[in-house]
Design a protein around this ligand. Structure first.
Ligand SMILES: NC(=O)c1ccc[n+]([C@@H]2O[C@H](COP(=O)([O-])OP(=O)(O)OC[C@H]3O[C@@H](n4cnc5c(N)ncnc54)[C@H](OP(=O)(O)O)[C@@H]3O)[C@@H](O)[C@H]2O)c1
Length: 270
């Protein structure tokens, strides 16, 4: 009899960290259920991973910033008879600038994508994992979670939510044999920066976001998958990011907020 193959659901697998995670899981023999917005990009990832690793990849086109998206993904998995052993809540983006200059609809979509959809996916797939007493969930936060982040105020808030939510959920789920891990990347070399809308961010040679100082998405992905496999609560990717996040815990929040404002102004044209 063939051993039962396990399937991992990855949101946002067509670029950046999510693509790295999908590739590593494929290398480790998992079938994949991949969800994002662009059919062509999804098909390219599917063809590549199926041909290189002999796994089976199912794709679903879904804008996860829309209300009800998580339920549609869950229903699709159920309809196809796919049991999810690993859930990776990776898709996310950050809008930058002064909050009062932003379009309310864009901020609402970011909050839906970064908070509501991962929370609902954890609820729906987590309930199945709890029933089966096995499963693993990887949630993507950010080092922005560790301090107030002026000019990415709402984005930083969404990532603080994910960090707290993920760590609390991990404690609820440990009694049922389900692992929940939070991956905390710092600046990583992906298309994330093109979407923030902050002029010049990362284009200067100095500062936290400088291109040459960013980690590669593949190395961040590996740190996340390894932490998930080891059953860790939280992992901050990279020593520099770990030290910066830890230092933030030692200083008063008012100082941390002021420093954060100074650093993003210094690193961009704000
Ligand atoms: N890069 C960094 O410096 C950094 C730092 C800390 C945390 N993070 C976090 O890491 C995660 C991955 O970011 P990344 O840097 O790898 O970004 P990325 O390269 O821009 O990739 C984002 C992925 O999410 C998908 N996606 C975006 N919006 C979506 C939507 N509305 N519905 C469905 N899929 C959507 C994209 O696919 P389509 O566009 O084809 O839909 C793409 O596959 C995010 O949660 C981000 O907040 C990134």
């Amino acid at each position: 009899m063939e051993p039962v193959r396990q399937t991992a659901l990855v949101t946002g697998p067509t670029s950046g960290i999510g693509h790295g995670i999908a590739c590593i899981l494929a290398e480790r023999g998992f079938d994949l259920f991949l969800v994002s917005r662009n059919d062509e990009k999804l098909a390219a990832v599917k063809n590549d991973l199926e041909s290189r690793h002999g796994i089976s990849v199912t794709t679903m086109v879904q804008d996860l910033s829309q209300h009800g998206a998580a339920k549609r993904v869950f229903d699709e998995a159920q309809a196809r008879g796919i049991e999810i052993s690993i859930l990776v809540n990776n898709a996310g983006f950050g809008i930058g600038g002064e909050l009062t200059d932003m379009k309310p609809t864009a901020v609402a979509q970011m909050i839906q994508l970064n908070i509501m959809t991962p929370t609902e996916l954890c609820l729906l797939f987590g309930r199945e994992m709890k029933r089966k007493r096995s499963g693993r969930i990887l949630n993507l936060s950010s080092t922005a979670a560790y301090q107030p982040t002026p000019y990415i105020a709402a984005y930083g808030g969404t990532k603080s939510y994910i960090l707290n939510f993920s760590e609390a959920l991990a404690k609820e789920m440990e009694d049922y044999g389900v692992v929940v891990t939070c991956l905390v990347p710092g600046p990583t070399d992906t298309s994330f920066f093109d979407r923030t809308g902050i002029e010049g961010l990362g284009e200067k040679q100095t500062g936290l976001w400088a291109k040459k100082k960013r980690m590669s998405p593949r190395s961040v992905a590996r740190i996340g998958v390894d932490a998930l496999a080891a059953g860790r609560l939280t992992t901050i990717a990279g020593l520099r990011n770990f030290l910066l996040a830890s230092a933030n815990r030692l200083v008063p929040r008012s100082l941390s907020a002021t420093l954060s404002k100074w650093m993003i102004k210094r690193a961009s044209d704000l």
